[in-house]
Design a protein around this ligand. Structure first.
Ligand code: HEM
Length: 412
């Protein structure tokens, strides 16, 4: 079940000055960005780089929060990826089938408003409670596998296997497609800097969805694709590009993100026996613990692309440059979170930005939280004692979505 492709960060020139020449693909940033953020917050809270088309990197909670709410100056319709080539918004659409982009995430109002409304009911607490049954059964099967072998990869063989199947279940995609979908989503997000792989991922997803949509047009099913095909806006069907874009988004937004959060949490529990034993002994801490894992290891960095030159916080931002929505660094800001670099399982005040903020705040957060909680509960109930086989064997992927890709563990 292990994915065949390992993460290869793009080869970049070494960074000598993080304030004026940062690179989020630098191996140091991918594996351990926390000290870099601390230094920048103190010396240059809005860093700049000319790399990857030019971008700005806020590191303070207040700044990330303010930019996320300022949709006039920082729209999403002009590009949301952290590197130039992956944008799937209308301006750079790789296919007429994605002419509407991947709404709502790549859209500004009014397209954003009504497409978000279409997706929210599918992610409501009541619907998510229905998906929990499937998720729990799936996690049990995966834990059985690890137990049978006495060891396994908590990232590749556990975390990575969960969200793709849950989203497949919601969209009506067969489980046999899971490995292929995982590869396509990695092509689009992790390998966004590699035009060949990105093309492979986008083409794979579009071609698959084209077939799936045609099947449901011929014979409706009880799934989200069919729901969207029957949805209307202003009395008209929503149109194929919107159906295609929204389904592609759910696949892309729901897989790598949640898998990264589950993976980081498993890594933390393997590497921090005190926290693991406390969570096993005090399962009532689960709700605050889940929020704390989301805060401490927030996986997603989105971008906004400037439409025109703008002076912001004294920074001369240029049209076409990006601002990286550094939700992960905001979550480590000690101004907002006392002892920000420590995982505190019962942290009470925790208004973290792992799911973003403002109108684009994650529409799948109920689902993501459920998957993370069930994954941890099912693992800990059967494998309360486990440890890293070798900390040096743990690998991380970064860029738009950061998380561990390999966490070999041994059951004790
Ligand atoms: C731990 C897992 C997840 C994290 C950390 C996460 C994070 C985020 C973030 C930061 C945003 C805001 C993007 C921006 O400001 O540009 C976002 C948006 C979104 N996410 Fe998630 N996400 C997760 C899981 C999911 C899942 C499971 C789904 C659904 C299948 C999902 C669907 C969406 C959608 C549809 C949006 C766009 C909302 C809008 O633009 O109005 N996410 N997510």
């Amino acid at each position: 079940m292990t994915s065949e492709t390992t993460y290869e960060a793009p080869v970049t020139a070494p960074v000598h000055d993080w304030a004026s020449d940062y690179d989020i693909f630098d191996p140091k940033y991918v594996s351990d960005p926390y000290g870099i953020w601390d230094d920048l917050r103190a010396a240059c809270p809005m860093a700049h780089t000319d790399r990857w088309g030019g971008s700005w990197l806020p590191t303070r909670y207040a700044d990330v929060y303010a930019i996320a709410h300022d949709i006039e100056n920082f729209p999403s319709g002009n590009g949301i990826s952290v590197v130039p080539i992956v944008d799937m918004g209308p301006a750079s659409s790789p296919s007429p089938l994605l002419a509407a982009g991947v709404p709502p995430i790549s859209a500004d109002p009014p397209l954003h408003t009504w497409t978000r409304r279409l997706v929210l009911p599918t992610m409501s607490p009541a619907r998510v409670a229905e998906y929990e049954v499937f998720t729990r059964e799936l996690c049990r099967r995966l834990v059985d596998d690890v137990l049978a072998r006495g060891q396994g990869d908590a990232a590749a063989e556990y975390a990575q296997q969960i969200p793709v199947r849950v989203i497949g279940h919601i969209l009506g995609v067969p489980e046999s497609m899971s490995a292929t979908f995982t590869e396509w989503v990695r092509d689009v997000l992790e390998f966004a800097h590699d035009p060949e792989r990105r093309r492979r991922g986008v083409t794979g997803i579009i071609t698959y969805l084209q077939g799936a949509i045609a099947e449901r047009q011929a014979e409706p099913k009880d799934d989200f694709i069919t729901e969207l095909l029957h949805a209307e806006h202003d009395g008209e069907p929503v149109g194929l590009p919107v159906v295609m874009g929204m389904c592609a988004l759910l696949l892309i937004a729901g897989i790598d993100t949640t898998w990264s959060s589950i993976g980081s949490t498993m890594w933390h529990l393997a590497a921090h026996p005190d926290d693991r034993r406390r969570l096993v002994a005090e399962p009532e801490l689960m709700p605050t613990a889940i929020e704390e894992f989301l805060r401490a290891y927030a996986p997603v960095t989105m971008a906004r692309r400037l439409v025109e030159d703008k002076d912001y916080m004294g920074c001369p931002m240029k049209a076409g440059e990006r601002v990286l929505m550094n939700f992960p660094a905001a979550n480590r800001d000690p101004e907002m979170f006392p002892d920000a670099d420590r995982v505190i399982l019962d942290r009470e005040q925790n208004r973290h930005l792992a799911f973003g903020a403002g109108i684009h705040r994650c529409a799948g957060s109920n689902l993501a939280r459920m998957e993370l909680r069930v994954a941890v509960e099912e693992w800990l109930s059967r494998i309360p004692e486990f440890e890293l086989v070798d900390p040096a064997k743990v690998t991380w992927a970064g860029g738009q979505v950061r998380g561990p890709r390999s966490v070999p563990v041994r059951v004790r």
